[in-house]
Design a protein around this ligand. Sequence first.
Ligand SMILES: Nc1ncnc2c1ncn2[C@@H]1O[C@H](COP(=O)(O)OP(=O)(O)O)[C@@H](O)[C@H]1O
Ligand SMILES: [Mg+2]
Length: 278
Amino acid sequence: MSGGPKTPWQDGRGSKDRSITKSNEASNAFSHQTGGAAKAVDAAGPFLIGEAMTGGYGGADILHECTIAADTGQIAVIVGPNGAGKSTAMKAVFGMLTLREGHVRIGGEDITALTPQDRVAKGMAFVPQTSNVFPSLSVEENLEMGAFLRRDDFRGTMAQVYDLFPILKEKRRQAAGELSGGQRQQVAVGRALMTQPKVLMLDEPTAGVSPIVMDELFDRIIEVARTGISILMVEQNARQALEIADKGYVLVQGRNAYTGTGAELLADPEVRRTFLGG
Ligand SMILES: Nc1ncnc2c1ncn2[C@@H]1O[C@H](COP(=O)(O)OP(=O)(O)O)[C@@H](O)[C@H]1O
Ligand SMILES: [Mg+2]
């Protein structure tokens, strides 16, 4: 794909529309706000934020005033040791966990009380760490499943997914379960993009893939971010992920341990020594 400010996850309809939203308004990523007076949205602050999130799975709290955020068109990366609560933080942002305290906001709107499905309608897409494709369905059927909430013609979006991941087009009739790990992750990301999200949340998208496939997938993720979609990503490959991160979060025991730009965290001697292997 060539560079430039295009917005491939939009349908062809209304090519003047430079937003990544599902709305027809040629406004900005805030156009999901309820109409009229609500235009006076608080546009300050990041597009997506889980703020001071505290909660867990019913027992002891796993998250402790944990804050993670992603700005429009930026890549935010969450790293940290196993069991730190990275996946839990993602689930909390997506509404799969009831928070005891804290808020989740998208485009200034408080969505803390919404179900995951309602958050999808607000523009969130989540690719979980495991079981993120339907193995017995074909690649194309997986992408169609991603579009289940859409009532419009999604063929344009599917073509864009195939542009981004050409191998998926080649294998579109093949069962997703027969693909390599890296290709399955492409299916999962592609399925998420079928909703035309404003925010793409990825939990360890490069788990179990080779370094070459990881680099390739990161390049595609950068490409997606350039279209104006916010990326919130958990990664085990901390160093490589922070290299492409606008913002990085190191979580330890459910708390924010370090926060900064990717470059700042990579340069921080303490972060390097403790989390990046020197
Ligand atoms: N479904 C669950 N029910 C209860 N506890 C869980 C559940 N999922 C994760 N946990 C616990 O929450 C903590 C954080 O886990 P997780 O968010 O998966 O960490 P990470 O993704 O950083 O490896 C761990 O102690 C884990 O055992
Ligand atoms: Mg995890």
